[in-house]
Design a binder for this molecule. Sequence first.
Ligand code: PLP
Length: 399
Amino acid sequence: MSLSNGQPYLAIPGPSVMPDRVLRAMHRASPNIYAGELHDLVSGLWPDLRALAGTTGHVAAYIANGHGVWEAANANMFNRGDRALVLAVGSFGHGWANHARAMGITVDLLDFGRAAAPDMARVAAALQADTGHQIKAVLATHVDTSSTVKTDIAALRAVMDATGHPALLAVDCIATMGCDEYRMDAWGVDVTVAASQKGLMTPPGMGFVWFNDKAKAVKADLRTPYWNWGPRAAADEFWQVWCGTAPTHHLYGLRAALDMIAEEGIPAVWNRHHRLAQAVWAAVMGWGRGNAAIALNVADPAARGWSVTSVRMGAPDASRLRAWTEREAGVTLGIGLGMASPEDPHSDGWLRIGHMGHVNAHMTLGALAVIEAGMTALGIAHGPGVAAAAAAIAGADGG
Ligand SMILES: *Cc1c(COP(=O)(O)O)cnc(C)c1O
C-alpha cells in the first residue's frame, strides 16, 4: 500500500513548489500587451526586484532560464577574447565557465572541488598574478546547487579590493535569490543573475540581470540585440523591455510571488530558509551517527546554502531511498548532480533535499520524517535524525 496520495511535495532544488496564489494569478485570459494593466504591473516589479537583490542599480529581465541569464551577463560584460576568472565549487560554476568559453571569452578557471568554499588565498594569488589587469570580470556562484557549497561574496569582494584589481564581480544567485541573505550593493557586486523558478516561486522561463553603472559602462562587443541589457533596463517602449512579446502569465505569477515575499519581509524570508536548512542539517547529522556512509556534503556550516542540501548516502541507498519516498510517501527528492566519482559515475550515492521558496516547517519536517521512514523500510542503518530536526525548528540548537 502506498501512502503517497494527498498533496505531493516536490523537494527538488527547482523548479520549486508554486504557491496557490501564484497559480491563481496566472489563471486568466491573455492581457493586451500594448497598453493597460500589464504595463502598470511591470512598472511595479522593478522596485521589488531591486529590493530583493539589495541594489539601487539597473534590472534587465529576459524570457530565459538560468543558462540564458549566464549568457546575458557574459554578453554584456565581455568583448570576444576578453578574460574571465571563474570560481567553481560545483557543476554550475563549470557551466557558466563553459558558456563563456563557447562565446569566445578566455577563461581562467579556479576549481575548488565540490565540498568547501573557495580558498580566498588562491583567488588573491590569481588576481595578483594578473599584473596587466587583463581579467575583465570575476564570475562566482553564490550557492552551487549541485554541491550546495556557498561562496562568501563579501569576502570575495574584500580580496578583489585588497589586491586593487579593477575587474567586475558577477554573481550567480539562481539558487539563492529570495532564499539566502544577499546584499548586492553592500557586498560590492557589479552584476547579479537569477531566474524565476527557485526562490521566486514562479514557473521556469524568466531570468533577471541586475547591474550597476560600472558594469553598464564597460565595452562589450558580445552585446547582441536580444541579450543587450541596455534597452531592456531603460526602455522607451514597453516592447523593448522584453525585446518582443512580454512573458504575460509569468508576470502575473511573479507579481503574486513578490507580494508574498514583501508581506513576509525579506529578512524573514532569509531567516525561514536558514532555520529550515538547520533542521535538514541536524537530521542528516543525526542519521550519520548511525551510519558512517551518511553525511552532509559540506562540513562547514558557513559554507552551506540555505535553500538546498546535498547529502552523501552511498550507492545504491540514495537512489533506492529517492524512489521509496516518491512512490510510498509523495516526496520527490533531488538527484545528486555532478558528484560522480569513478565508483559512482551517475551520482547514485547522493541526493539533494530542496528547501527553497514556498516551504515551511511542516513541509521540511514532513520530508525529513519520510526520509527516515524510508531508511527504516529499506533497512538502511541510521541514527535518529527527525527529533534533532524538530529541535532545530524550535530554535533549540542555539540558532
Ligand atoms: C538552477 C541553477 C542554474 C541553471 O538554471 P536553469 O534555469 O536550469 O538554466 C544555474 N546556476 C544555479 C546556481 C542554479 O541553481
